[in-house]
Design a protein. Structure first.
Length: 222
């Protein structure tokens, strides 16, 4: 079942889309603001995002930038902004398509199907990843050698491993794992990355896979 994250601050639109998408056998997750959208995306790993640009806490383009920092999930923008520059900004930020309000549900469903077809061939998220002497099974949430991870360690590690080679910003990791009110608590990440390296790296003092980019964030190097 395809999982769709719908982000809109209008309750009527959220309800209508949830009903119409669920009726067509989509699994639907909803969020009413940008911070919630970013958290849900990290927690629920949707197959597609339908995103309104006019959100109460941040601009939708900023949400696109946040998502594109770590995921290739298809994004269909749904917005009442008809200005061409808004469309250009959203597409330049990484959106895959743009539907202008008011819209017909048939058109939106067609756009969703088209974007899903275009991006399906590019989906290559790893299921098993090797770090040092260990194999991490993301689907089964197990690590070879009897290594046990806490839920928080899993959350951080999964974001990194599902985006090999990509820089994941500190603020984004903090927002996804601890919430938007903790985006300055960088010592949380230092502590948990140190724990992960002790459990997974051959030489935790000189990590080969869980790499710190000073002042910016973290990167998984396969």
């Amino acid at each position: 079942m395809t999982k769709i994250l719908v982000v809109d601050d209008e309750p009527q639109i959220l309800r209508a889309l949830r009903i119409n998408l669920a009726a067509r056998d989509y699994e639907v997750v909803v969020a009413a603001d940008g911070a919630s959208a970013l958290r849900e995306a990290a927690d629920r790993q949707p197959d597609l995002v339908v995103l309104d640009l006019g959100l109460p806490d941040m601009d939708g383009v900023d949400v696109i930038h946040g998502l594109r920092g770590w995921t290739r999930v298809p994004i269909v923008v749904l917005s009442g902004r008809a200005d061409s520059q808004d469309k250009i900004d959203a597409l330049d930020a990484g959106a895959d398509d743009y539907v202008t309000k008011p819209f017909g549900i048939g058109e939106l469903l067609a756009r969703i199907r088209a974007v899903t077809r275009r991006t399906a061939v590019h989906e290559s998220e790893p299921v098993r990843v090797t770090i040092g002497e260990h194999t991490v099974d993301l689907a089964g949430k197990t690590v070879s050698g009897g290594v046990r991870l806490t839920p928080t360690e899993w959350h951080i590690l999964e974001i990194l491993l599902r985006n090999p080679g990509k820089l994941i910003p500190q603020r984004y990791l903090l927002a996804q794992v601890w919430g938007g009110s903790h985006v300055k608590e960088t010592h949380y990440l230092r502590q948990y990355l140190a724990q992960l390296r002790k459990k997974l790296e051959r030489d935790p003092a000189h990590p080969e896979h869980l790499i710190t980019e000073p002042g910016m964030g973290y990167r998984f190097s396969p």
